[in-house]
Design a protein around this ligand. Structure first.
Ligand code: BGC
Length: 768
């Protein structure tokens, strides 16, 4: 009787935790033993990943009957005839209960074990990207962009630990998260899935998230940890058009300077799997790019884990990108480029039959297949799936607990970013009367964003019950009688994410005249991937009109933004008294925001991206000196200087901080050198507060490539009581100041660098 069966009968409570993880060399031995017994067909089956609907009872492969039940014949065919080694996703694009997940995965593992010669366990993977997305009752956290605003790696790690726990409570060992793409394009439909536009910030928070998912020493065999997936390797968001899965042109130096560092840090942190960018770089689809997948990732970075495709992306080499004249050719290209597993996800027979044939004809080498299968089996052993093919929900008593909810609330509270606060209008007193208005004011769906109980987030109202919308949280904070609610504008029920209608527009404007303050909650409805492509970065016309009309009443308007990307607000920003960015703060975002508005929480979030002022001016904070020309000595008056609405790192507090005594322990540094940078920070206001201390550097001259104006090199979040002073110190290596030349070589040249913290500056000289 296997351990899993013990658990299923309820006898093995917590027995799983006693399992000792296999050591690296033990895993290698076991993998080699199994590999030696496998037929070509069994190997190719391991490389095949299929979506759950394919084996659900239903009319076709695209959807299943409700309630979901597994079609045993379809499952048997997949695992015994085609040796399918992996399944993914939920069915009917709908979250399941943890009990249902257990039933589904238990059945898959049992039938697989009974019907296959070697009984190699299935690896099940799901996108649990801000909490266990596809499990009803799980703890939903702020999306990554808000987590980045918190600048708090401990909270990021804690959130990932909880997600890992709740994912295992759902019987699932593999998570398609974190996103390590640079969120450097405000037009892109997935910017909110990233940690924002800075490579260093994404590296630090990415590693924290991996540590949370995978646990100490990447012990993913522990029943409360899971394998993470770095995605989407590489350069996914850097598209010319701003639209999902369209071409990118990225020179070697930019690829290495900006896009690679978070992935490199995550590989060094031991992450087990990686997913490939669905797009095209310099004309070559990444799924067919040997240089990126094999030379760079597997050889240069030394990645030893599993490389999985994105959804249907081998087929896309033929059907979408037309670099392969047939599906068979596409499979050959991708596998030879370095793909280990194909997220097929529907017609797995085509992948299987063609790949078997390609090996028989010698077009794909047996050694390439062995390498791929070795990587897959290693992850299966590391996850302890041979011992425990499915974890049981009854071993996870903290699932959806108050303790976990508090962690989500804390993250939401630390992510709230106060962008403007004229005349210190915030925090508000609790005895005021307010109008709450705007399409995002009373919606759990928009608080969470997409990848919440369903892909596009449209099923959130069905599942997110018992949590507070922004309106409900404000009512709790100051009493219902002090709150008037009129939507003014609403999203069209069942419409595309950008479809809006007026909803008691004039009533909202009239109501503004009767209250002390207007809390105007604007933003976007939920979207991701292609359905979230955008044609106009300005915030919608109806929302803009609502903001302007409300401001005309003379009642002070507090603008609350609830959006996945920075939609342009310059047409009415100056009429707003205060602005709070909430991003997509999750199920406790309403509570956290209300606590910020009424002073129970002192905001401490910092923008993780540049907030543009104009649609034709999307320059990120990482830019070249030529972006800052303000007119040449009075000869010309250029209008095109760098002028974002808000800068990367912006974020106000209800208290004030003063920086002093910036000191370097050494004013010079050699190539292998290290220096220490210290600064004093004082809370000069009368409230306790948290401050993010950021160290930037500027390379004044760089002979091979015009330097970036400034770059974030270190940060630390500290808490200070009123009047308290703290010294923060950072260590900095010469190699932290290096840049990549157009040939892709890393270089740190002799010369002067400026080191900046707040408005303090010191010069550091790199010697020969
Ligand atoms: C997305 C990935 C995701 C995968 C599996 C794709 O469409 O691009 O981020 O992990 O689907 O759900």
């Amino acid at each position: 009787m296997g351990l899993g069966v013990l658990l299923a009968t309820g006898c093995g409570i917590r027995a799983q935790e006693k399992t000792v993880p296999l050591k690296k060399d033990e895993i290698s031995t076991r993998v080699n033993e199994i590999l030696a017994q496998m037929t070509l067909e069994e190997k190719v089956g391991q490389m095949t990943q299929v979506t759950l609907d394919v084996i659900g009872k239903g009319e076709d492969r695209l959807s299943s009957y409700e309630p979901l039940s597994i079609d045993r014949d379809l499952l048997k065919k997949a695992v015994s005839e085609y040796h399918v080694g992996s399944f993914l996703n939920t069915a009917n694009n709908r979250a399941l209960s943890k009990e249902k997940w257990y039933e589904v995965i238990r059945e898959i593992q049992d039938i697989n074990k009974a019907e296959t010669r070697l009984g190699i366990p299935i690896i099940y993977g799901v996108d649990m990207i801000h909490g266990a997305t596809y499990t009803a009752g799980a703890t939903m956290f702020p999306q990554q962009i808000g987590q980045a605003a918190s600048r708090n790696p401990e909270l990021v790690q804690r959130g990932a630990e909880i997600t890992a726990y709740e994912t295992r409570a759902s019987g699932i060992p593999w998570n398609f998260s974190p996103v390590l793409d640079l969120g450097m394009d405000p037009r892109f439909s997935r910017q909110w899935e990233s940690f924002g536009e800075d490579p260093y910030l994404a590296s630090v928070l990415g590693v924290a998230m991996i540590d949370g998912y995978e646990g100490e020493n990447n012990n993913v065999g522990h029943p409360e940890h899971i394998a993470s997936t770095l995605k989407h390797f590489l350069g996914y968001h850097a598209v010319t058009s701003g639209k999902d899965r369209t071409p990118s042109y990225i020179p070697e130096d930019a690829l290495r300077e900006y896009h690679l560092p978070p992935f490199k840090a995550a590989v060094e942190a031991g992450a087990h799997t990686i997913m490939v960018n669905s797009g095209i770089i310099n004309g070559v689809p990444v799924h067919a790019n040997y240089d990126l997948l094999t030379s760079l990732l597997k050889e240069e970075l030394g990645f030893e884990g599993l490389v999985v495709t994105d959804w249907a992306d081998i087929e896309n080499l033929h059907r979408r990108d037309r670099v392969a004249s047939s599906h068979r050719e596409a499979i050959k290209m991708a596998v030879n480029a370095g793909i280990d597993m194909s997220m097929v996800p529907y017609k797995y027979e085509v992948f299987f039959d063609n790949l078997v044939d390609l090996v028989k004809t010698g077009e794909v080498k047996q050694s390439r297949i062995d390498d791929a299968v070795r990587r897959i089996l290693k992850v299966k052993f590391a996850l302890n799936l041979f011992e425990t093919p499915v974890t049981h929900y009854s071993n996870y008593p903290k699932f959806g607990s108050k303790e976990f909810e508090k962690a989500s609330y804390d993250m939401a509270a630390e992510s709230m970013t106060l962008l403007k606060n004229e005349e210190n209008v915030l925090p508000l007193n609790k005895d005021v009367k307010v109008l709450v208005t705007g399409p995002n004011a009373n919606s759990m769906r928009t608080l969470n964003g997409a990848w919440t109980y369903s892909w596009q987030g449209e099923k959130t109202p069905e599942f997110a019950v018992g949590y507070n919308t922004i309106l409900e949280a404000i009512q709790k904070e100051i009493g219902k009688k002090n709150v008037t609610f009129v939507p003014g504008v609403s999203y069209v029920e069942g419409g595309r994410y950008y479809e809006e209608e007026k909803n008691d527009f004039d009533t909202a404007v009239a109501a503004a005249k009767e209250v002390d303050y207007v809390i105007l909650v604007l933003g976007e409805n939920t979207y991701t991937e292609k359905p979230g492509d955008l044609n106009d970065l300005y915030l919608s016309d109806y929302q803009t009109e609502l903001a302007r009309e409300l401001a005309k009443t003379g009642t002070p308007v507090i603008l609350v933004l609830n959006e996945g990307r920075p939609r342009i607000i310059s047409k009415f920003e100056r009429d707003m008294k205060a602005i709070v960015q909430t991003y997509l703060p999750g199920n406790f975002g309403g509570d956290a925001l209300a606590d910020v508005l009424f002073g129970d929480v002192n905001p401490s979030g910092k923008l993780p991206y540049t907030y543009p002022r104009y649609p034709n001016d999307l320059v990120s904070y990482i830019h070249k000196p030529s972006e800052e020309q303000e007119g040449a000595e009075g000869v010309y008056d250029y209008e095109s200087h760098y002028d974002p609405q808000f800068s990367f790192g912006d974020g106000l507090s209800y208290t004030s901080f003063e920086y002093s005594n910036l000191e370097l322990d050494n004013k010079t540094i050699d190539t292998n050198g290290i220096i220490s940078v210290r600064v004093n920070v004082t809370n000069t206001g009368n409230r306790a507060g948290k401050e993010v201390v950021e160290l930037y550097s500027s390379d004044l001259y760089a002979s091979q490539s015009t330097p970036d104006v400034k770059r974030l090199r270190r940060f630390e979040k500290i808490s200070l009581e009123p009047g308290e002073i703290k010294t923060v110190s950072f260590s900095l290596y010469a190699k932290d100041l290096a840049y990549f030349t157009p040939k892709g070589e890393s270089l740190v040249e002799p010369g002067d660098f400026e080191l900046m913290i707040e408005d303090l500056k010191e010069t550091l000289t790199k010697t020969e």
